[in-house]
Design a binder for this molecule. Structure first.
Ligand SMILES: Nc1nc2c(ncn2[C@@H]2O[C@H](COP(=O)(O)OP(=O)(O)OP(=O)(O)O)[C@@H](O)[C@H]2O)c(=O)[nH]1
Length: 409
């Protein structure tokens, strides 16, 4: 047997392991030093890749991968933002924060334009008859809306926005917001208009939690807990965006965090205004929970927007009590639809928060055929609430995953 010089000198360490393969693959006894040197390099590279793959597999198995799913505007990105806040990260810095300031200007201007338009379409009169409010509203309605709105441009409209928002006609229009599409973060932004209008304004975490940017890409965030990496994946929930969900389905997923807006039972889709939002969400949920693809993943349900549901039920009760049928006919008052009018199987008190939440929970539980479902009632804009809920979720997910981790150790 000829021992190649390269193995004797440079590759003494790999000689033992590769000389057998070398001899098998070189039956003709070619003793070219150069060929063997290449061969040794290749073997070393293969071993390096194999080692890396093994480490990567081990790392991925120790990683908790949580996919955030749900229909549009249910609160997925807000939950992801809370994960960052809870783990001490800023939602934006420097240039990014500057861009987010423009997003908030854009949200406010677009929101007031939606309200002005809806007021006209719903034929609700202005309450301010003296101040020529219609011509002011026309001026605001003609304002440009894009994500590049500067402070100078925005400040031209702030006094008018304040006047319009506080008009009773617009407030009545706002109460009927389930009949058109308005972002849920807007009341907060309008309430904070004075601070946001300042030239020294810098958005804080609460502002950014209420800002609305529809998700068009896949957003990811990883955080370590008890030496296990929690990897969150957020995708857009509107119909067009759901095609991208497939990219994120892999057998490494540990959990699906399915987020639902609890106030959507009398709302209709942005994408198709003839489709009830809750019906759509239930159909999507049923597909996900019964898919073989996720048989190994735990399913966690967030019935989100508890704060808005409580407010909605209170307001509905007040309106229903104070307005007579004749008022409705004469003044086109808001006639909110109750949960039992839309879902006749509901026999509870339509104004009772706990009973309504329990009914919503049952609707989702009925959709699953065999597996456990971990349900939480959440308010995604409330950091303390999400911190508490996440502690429970983390334990559930770790518990579910414990076997595979133990197997690796
Ligand atoms: N008051 C209140 N607002 C919420 C809550 N959760 C989300 N929002 C607001 O609802 C709006 C939509 O939330 P997002 O987190 O963008 O919804 P999403 O599910 O990521 O939406 P897509 O990107 O379209 O899939 C934002 O303006 C949030 O501030 C909540 O629990 N309470």
């Amino acid at each position: 047997m000829i021992i190649p010089r390269c193995c004797r000198r440079k590759y003494r360490r790999c000689y033992k392991s590769c000389i057998g393969d070398y001899n098998n693959n070189n039956d003709d006894g070619d003793d070219s030093d150069d060929d063997h040197s290449d061969y040794c390099d290749e073997m070393k590279e293969n071993r390096r890749i194999e080692k890396w793959l093994k480490q990567e597999k081990h790392r991925l198995k120790r990683q908790i991968r949580i996919l955030l799913l749900g229909t549009g505007e249910s609160g997925k990105s807000t939950v992801l933002k809370q994960m960052k806040i809870i783990h001490g990260q800023n939602l934006g810095e420097g240039q990014q924060l500057e861009e987010l300031r423009h997003v908030i200007y854009f949200n406010i201007l677009k929101g007031i334009k939606v309200l002005i338009d809806a007021r006209a379409k719903l034929s609700i009169p202005w309450s301010d008859k003296t101040a020529d409010i219609q011509s002011k509203a026309d001026l605001v309605f003609r304002a440009e809306t894009n994500n590049l709105i500067t402070f100078e441009y925005f400040s031209r409209y702030t006094a008018l926005i304040d006047l319009i928002w506080n008009d009773d006609g617009i407030q009545t229009t706002f109460q009927k917001r389930n009949e058109y599409q308005l972002s849920d973060g807007l009341p907060y932004l309008f309430r904070n208009l004075k601070r946001i209008s300042s030239h020294t304004y810098v958005p804080n975490n609460q502002d950014l939690l209420h800002a609305r940017v529809p998700t068009r890409t896949v957003l990811e965030y990883t955080v370590d807990y008890k030496s296990v990496a929690f990897h969150f994946i957020d995708v857009g929930g509107q119909r067009k965006q759901r095609k991208k969900w497939l990219q994120c389905f892999d057998n490494m997923l540990t959990s699906i965090l399915f987020i639902v807006s609890s106030i959507e039972y009398d709302q209709y889709l942005v994408e198709d205004t003839s489709v009830n939002r809750l019906d759509e969400t239930l159909a999507v949920f049923e597909l996900i929970i019964n898919s073989d693809y996720f048989h190994h993943a735990s399913i966690i349900l967030f019935l989100n927007k508890t704060d808005l549901l409580a407010e909605k039920l209170k307001q509905t009760k007040k309106i229903k009590r104070s307005i007579t049928t004749m008022d409705n006919i004469l003044y086109n008052y808001h006639r909110p639809q109750l949960l039992n009018e839309l879902y006749p199987q509901y026999s509870g008190d339509p104004f009772n928060l706990q009973q309504v939440q329990q009914f919503l929970q049952t609707l989702f539980e009925q959709r699953r055929s065999y597996r456990p479902l971990y349900t939480h009632f959440t308010t995604a804009v409330d950091t303390e609430n999400i911190k508490r809920v996440f502690n429970d979720v983390r334990e559930t997910v770790l518990h579910e995953n414990i076997k595979s981790i133990i197997n690796l150790q």
